[in-house]
Design a protein around this ligand. Structure first.
Ligand SMILES: Cc1ncc(COP(=O)(O)O)c(C=O)c1O
Length: 435
């Protein structure tokens, strides 16, 4: 059991001063961290399987080189009102970022968070198409500011009594583990979901001529780490093309090498018209980017801006990290795939060994298991999931839930194989004890 004297005192003080948030935070009071480890203020060490909510893809507290770049920039100039005055660093960063995108992607907008990146994408899509409806999916999480929250349909507590919302139509997202159309054939499940949009949404709710954009997570994150069938992702691209609808890939959680590829959508052989990125792109500082193809990139001056977008300290870290990622992308991809295979093998063994592990899924190191009451009913088991997460923390492993009763396995991509195995051992033991 962990020693927790100082932690408990900080938690008591925290509860007195902060507004309640959406979810009870894990009772871990962070002090510092490095690599795949973090320490609380009582000196307890934990292994991180969360990348601190997908932000530290390249190690907790990022690399020394990233930290040094940030420190040097802090001494020189932190904020230079990039939206109002020119500076070189964000230009260099954007030039390198654009090179990671398909031909025809020439323009970037920098902001500070995933929700902002999606707000920008909404504006770009609406302005350029002069259409107003948006389509997103049940289970989607695109952020919490009101435009992005209109797209989000993850859990109703996030939306209740906060409307009215923007005009968004939510469609079912295909979950091969429990296909809403009752088929076990993954690709057929994907096709049925596209057909639903054609038959029900486009014919009954809104004409294609009114729909500006479809927002899609290439792997649904907060909604449960659900990997859609290829037929679905490709079908959505076709549907968007046929109807002059902008396809937005929200890469905030799935992108930036998490699946082994810079863009998670590349796993499906599909291109979007706009990509949004945040979390790991900033290497620990708030930073986000919206990248649009040239066809959509012209917005009149004054249409969109922000105070902190392109903040020099944030860009310094992001640029240093991006240089590392682009120079080593093949090696990183190889390692992510290899570690992902190792982890997936263990997760599948857990699924096969325990009645309460219904599913194991993911791509690269964006993995999850789903806990259920039993395999036959597939009924979600949120209390059981919470107990497993808590027990793992008591045994030194930081985990994070998603969906109704799933657990993410998203360690920093730089994790050693030994630590990965060790974390999976702790997870396995926590499930065994939690049955
Ligand atoms: C896919 C996705 N989009 C958008 C967001 C919102 O990002 P932020 O919390 O930085 O606003 C998140 C956050 O979890 C996310 O996972």
């Amino acid at each position: 059991m962990r020693k927790r004297t100082r932690s408990e005192e900080v938690i008591r003080r925290d509860r007195r001063v902060f507004m309640t948030t959406t979810r009870e935070a894990a009772s871990f009071v962070v002090d510092h961290g490095e690599g795949e480890f973090a320490y609380d203020i009582d000196g307890n060490k934990v292994l991180d399987f969360t990348s601190f909510i997908s932000v530290y893809n390249f190690g907790v507290n990022s690399s020394k080189a990233v930290r040094n770049a940030i420190k040097a920039q802090v001494d020189k100039m932190m904020h230079a009102a990039f939206m109002d005055y020119y500076s070189e660093l964000p230009v260099s960063f954007a030039e390198l970022l654009i090179r990671q995108f398909p031909n025809g992607f020439g323009k970037v907008f920098l902001s500070n968070s995933g929700t902002e990146a999606n707000e920008d994408a909404i504006k770009i899509a609406r302005y350029n198409t002069r259409k107003h409806y948006l389509i997103s999916f049940y289970g989607a999480f695109h952020g919490r500011s009101l435009g992005s929250l209109s797209l989000t349909a993850s859990r109703n507590v996030q939306r209740a009594y906060l409307g009215p919302f923007s005009e968004v139509i939510h469609a079912p997202y295909p979950n091969p583990y429990r296909c809403a159309f009752g088929t076990d054939n993954e690709e057929e499940c994907g096709r049925e979901h596209v057909e639903y949009i054609r038959e029900h949404i486009l014919k009954r709710e809104a004409a294609a001529g009114e729909i500006a954009a479809i927002f899609m997570e290439p792997i649904q994150g907060e909604g449960g780490y659900i990997v859609p069938p290829k037929s679905f992702v490709r079908g959505i691209r076709e549907l968007a093309d046929e109807n002059n609808i902008v396809l937005v890939s929200d890469e905030v959680q799935a992108g930036y090498m998490r699946t082994g590829k810079f863009l998670a959508l590349d796993n499906f052989g599909v291109r979007a018209d706009i990509y949004t990125m945040a979390k790991s792109i900033g290497a620990g500082l708030p930073m986000a980017a919206t990248i649009a193809n040239n066809r959509l990139s012209s917005m009149p001056q004054g249409k969109h801006s922000g105070t902190f977008g392109g903040n020099l300290a944030a860009v310094a870290g992001a640029y240093e990290q991006l240089k590392h990622v682009t120079r080593n992308s093949h090696k990183i991809e190889r390692e992510v795939k290899e570690k992902g295979r190792l982890a997936m093998k263990r997760l599948l063994e857990m699924r096969d060994s325990y009645e309460i592990v219904g599913d194991a899924r993911g791509i690269g190191l964006m993995l999850a298991i789903e806990l259920v009451r039993d395999k036959g009913s597939k009924e979600p088991a949120p209390e059981l999931r919470d107990r497993v997460v808590k027990r793992a923390l008591d045994n030194g492993l930081l985990l994070l839930g998603c969906g109704d009763s799933s657990i993410r396995v998203i360690p920093p991509l730089t994790i050693s194989r030994g630590s990965l195995e060790r974390g999976l051992d702790i997870l396995d033991a926590a499930i065994k004890d939690g049955r």
